[in-house]
Ligand binder design. Structure first.
Ligand SMILES: Nc1ncnc2c1ncn2[C@@H]1O[C@H](COP(=O)(O)OP(=O)(O)OP(=O)(O)O)[C@@H](O)[C@H]1O
Ligand SMILES: [Mg+2]
Length: 252
């Protein structure tokens, strides 16, 4: 069975794209087939996986139904990791979508019309907003992974996000669940990080992944080489932490 997971948080810069790229790569090296869908007009997952943004045959052609998933998918340097490329003009698509009926279902429909049987996991990278693109991702997904940066106010934004998820579940997608929450940019030497961790633990219980993603410079350098961190520095703490997260995800 293919598991479709959206990686979301309306807050910017909290490690969504880093998680999509590196969790995707770390699952793929366990002999799984993983598809990353770049649903963010910033197209950071696309460049971080070494691809150019797509004029045609990317996310736009896929959700508009012009082309099939197969036509819109490219391979990456990691065996087993494929990508539907993002594009800046997807921001325009979001505006086009806004005036159409059933606008919440475009991605869900495109995916259900596709043959996903070759994939174990589909990971969707969401933009930093709760706009239509993120709603489309949450309507298409079975589960959502929330990335939370270990800093002040992180949990306040989280309750708003969880409320949105509850609404989407009630109106559009009964099968949606919170698959897990991951603490990113964690620094155990900082009291603030430990406080956020403790609050997250109390608030989230088992939803919180045990793996913490540390602040690690290798994770921030790797995208400029168009590589996931396991191909850039497999022995870095960042690479090890995403491997550990991958095992947790596959075990859930
Ligand atoms: N664990 C980490 N350690 C160090 N740097 C990190 C880590 N995670 C992410 N970064 C860096 O922080 C910045 C934001 O991360 P990322 O792009 O993954 O966040 P995002 O939530 O996808 O952002 P946006 O909301 O803009 O899409 C990037 O420069 C990234 O390289
Ligand atoms: Mg991003």
């Amino acid at each position: 069975m293919t598991r479709i997971l959206a990686v979301a948080n309306q807050k910017g810069g909290v490690g969504k794209t880093t998680t999509v790229i590196n969790l995707g790569a770390s699952i793929a090296v366990h002999d799984k087939e993983v598809l990353v869908i770049d649903l963010d007009p910033q197209a950071n997952a696309t460049s971080g996986l070494g691809s150019e943004e797509a004029d045609v045959l990317g996310i736009h052609s896929f959700i508009s139904g012009e082309n099939t998933l197969e036509e819109c998918t490219v391979k990456t340097e990691v065996e087993g990791l494929s990508l539907v490329r993002g594009a800046r003009h997807l921001a325009g698509t979001e505006i086009e979508l806004a005036s159409q009926d059933e606008r919440e279902y475009f991605l869900a429909e495109a995916l259900s019309a596709s043959d996903l049987s070759g994939y174990d996991y589909v990971l969707i990278d969401c933009p930093p907003s709760l706009g239509l693109l993120t709603v489309n991702a949450l309507v298409a997904a079975d589960g959502v992974i929330l990335t939370v940066q270990s800093e002040y106010y992180a949990l306040e934004g989280l309750s708003h996000l969880m409320e949105t998820i509850r609404r989407i579940k009630a109106h559009w997608n009964k099968k949606l669940s919170i698959f897990g929450v991951v603490l990113t940019m964690y620094d155990k030497r900082l009291r603030l990080s430990r406080e956020v961790e403790q609050n997250a633990d109390e608030f989230l219980g088992k939803t919180l992944f045990r793996t913490r993603i540390p602040r690690n410079v290798r994770l921030s350098e790797a995208p400029s080489f168009g590589k996931p961190v396991i191909l850039y520095d497999a022995f870095s703490s960042g690479a090890k932490s995403y491997m550990s997260l991958a095992r947790e995800v596959m075990g859930r």
